[in-house]
Design a protein around this ligand. Structure first.
Ligand SMILES: Cc1cc2nc3c(=O)[nH]c(=O)nc-3n(C[C@H](O)[C@H](O)[C@H](O)COP(=O)(O)OP(=O)(O)OC[C@H]3O[C@@H](n4cnc5c(N)ncnc54)[C@H](O)[C@@H]3O)c2cc1C
Length: 504
């Protein structure tokens, strides 16, 4: 039986980036993925020849000199990515039912202030102040700037500040407050919980620069996979781990659903910490630690309608929409039942087939796990991954899809005539396809009331078992990349690794 230096459970972005870093540093690495497709939320799917992303609609920080660009140079993928720059003067547009205006989030801080000042005359000083503070908050997170620093990732300042309260302190203008927080589905923003640093780190990366991946984000997975293999790393699909086995205080092996054992010196879990604890058989982990991880709330889930468009009917949109029925974007995450949907996001994938027309159109709206809980004992089955959870579930999905399309048709009345077909996903789809606990979009929800409770260390109580992925640090391409740096920093030294990344 082969013994690897490092066995990684899950081939999400964090798992693949960790595999790349450690292979490059000479470790013999094996990644185990339960699905056929690698990449977790990086994966795409195709319906009627149209490509859909599951979890990467756009990426920030990719201009020369910006943090993700530098990391992607290190991963040797930057110059091979097929990217499309979004509208400079309005990559995100925030809209409301009672207002015709499309409020624009622009790229570049000066431009961001410029565009919104034009839409909110008299608010220029407040907007300058907002921009200054967002950048200042980001400066408290040195790893995000790829700065060598022995200080922990988290500065203590700003951790317990509410994003909603901060924005309210910037301007008394309620509409502007809602516009500034309008892209909060990017981090499942909840007015009662979301810390300012989460808002700041996420919006900062997109204000720096915003790109769509042409034909989807799976290209990141494909390139990383190729690079890992070229350095001798192994990546195995259809390899679901169902036990993590400890002996004398160390993990000895993981067991796959097939019964096969995979042995290693070190293990990295790229799956939810709570799920990791369920798989782990060990009395070395204190109940309090397990309970803490298992008791943490997860971010909201979503319901998604992925529409295949009839060819040549709907013009490509080089920006996203975040639309709200009410002037209260921080509460949207809680709306359910008859009041649903409170709003929606529109992402139009960029296909290489045409610059003028779109192939597909994605509508996403928050959805609580409770809404689908009655079907939670049903599972989408590997390998086909077609959902079959019964007629009542299909009726539910049809009803919710129609509600969303009805809302979107108010903005785009032509949309119904452009639809060739559509497919939907619910919180259960994300639970089963990605292994996301409660279908949560972004893993563990951060809470400014008790910020340290929701920070997960890469180290566990077992010395040769580590965590990586979106639950560790932050979600999103940049958040997960910073997480992989922290995890692999435990092997090779964080400052050394940052030095290597900056040299790339
Ligand atoms: C709807 C949606 C939209 C998003 N949009 C954006 C966006 O526009 N921009 C952005 O930057 N980020 C976005 N994100 C966030 C981003 O996609 C994620 O934060 C990131 O991809 C998560 O990476 P991860 O490393 O945590 O792994 P995950 O993607 O969570 O992958 C975990 C992997 O582990 C595998 N696995 C689970 N259990 C097992 C097991 N027992 N054995 C073996 N393998 C297992 C899973 O199959 C999966 O492949 C979005 C996310 C979602 C859900």
């Amino acid at each position: 039986m082969a013994q690897y230096d490092v066995v990684i459970i899950g081939s999400g972005l964090g798992g693949l980036e960790s595999a790349y870093i450690l292979s490059r540093e000479g470790y013999k690495v094996c990644v185990l993925e339960k699905n056929r497709q690698l990449g977790g939320s990086l994966q795409i799917f195709v319906r009627d020849k149209a490509i859909f992303d599951t979890g990467i609609h756009y990426i920030g920080g990719l201009d020369d000199g910006q943090n993700l660009n530098q990391c992607f140079k290190y991963f040797n993928i930057m110059d091979k990515l097929h990217l499309h720059r979004m509208d400079n003067d309005g990559f995100d547009r925030i809209t409301f039912d009672d207002d015709e205006t499309e409020y624009k989030h622009a790229q570049g801080y000066d431009n961001f202030v410029e565009q919104l000042s034009a839409q909110f005359p008299g608010e220029r000083e407040n907007l300058i102040n907002y921009a200054k503070h967002i950048q200042e908050v980001c400066n408290y997170f040195p790893l995000y700037q790829l700065k060598q620093d022995d200080a922990p990732i988290i500065g203590t300042k700003y951790l317990d500040v509410s994003a909603k309260d901060f924005i309210a302190s910037i301007t008394p203008n309620l509409r502007l407050q809602n516009v500034l927080a309008g892209s909060n589905p990017l981090y499942a923003g909840d007015g009662a919980k979301t810390p300012l640093y989460v808002h700041a780190l996420v919006v900062n990366t997109y204000i720096e620069s915003s790109y769509k991946c042409v034909n989807g984000g799976a290209q990141i997975e494909k390139l990383l996979t190729k690079n890992i293999k070229s350095m001798g790393g192994e990546i195995r699909n259809y390899s679901e781990v169902n036990r993590i086995v400890e002996k004398d205080g160390l993990i000895t092996h993981v067991e796959l659903t097939t019964g096969e054992h995979v042995e290693g010196k070190h293990f990295i879990s790229n799956i939810h910490p709570s799920t990791t604890m369920n798989l782990l058989e060990s009395d070395k982990i204190k109940k309090a630690y397990k309970n803490r991880l298992q008791g943490l709330d997860n971010s909201s889930s979503a319901f998604i309608v992925d529409i295949v468009l009839k060819p040549g009917t709907f013009k490509f949109l080089n920006h996203n929409y975040y639309h709200y029925k009410r002037n209260n974007v921080w509460d949207s995450v809680h709306v359910h039942g008859d009041a649903w949907p409170d709003g929606y996001c529109i992402f139009v994938p960029k296909s290489s087939k045409s610059d003028l027309y779109a192939d597909s159109f994605t509508i996403l709206s928050y959805m609580r796990y409770d809404e689908v809980k009655m079907w939670e004992s049903t599972f989408a089955t590997i390998p086909h991954f077609r959902e079959s959870r019964g007629e009542a579930y299909e009726d539910f999905k049809r009803d919710r899809a129609e509600r969303l399309i009805h809302e979107v048709a108010k903005k785009f009345p032509e949309i119904r005539n452009c639809i060739k077909s559509y497919t939907t996903s619910s919180p259960l789809s994300y639970r089963d396809y990605i292994g996301a606990k409660d279908g949560g979009l972004y893993g563990i929800a951060k809470d400014y009331h008790d910020p340290l409770r929701t920070f997960i260390s890469p180290k566990t109580k077992i010395p040769n078992l580590l965590f990586t992925g979106q639950n560790l640090n932050m979600h999103g391409v940049l958040g997960v990349t910073v997480g992989a740096i922290r995890t692999c920093g435990e092997f090779v030294g964080q400052n050394y690794l940052i030095g290597e990344i900056n040299k790339a």
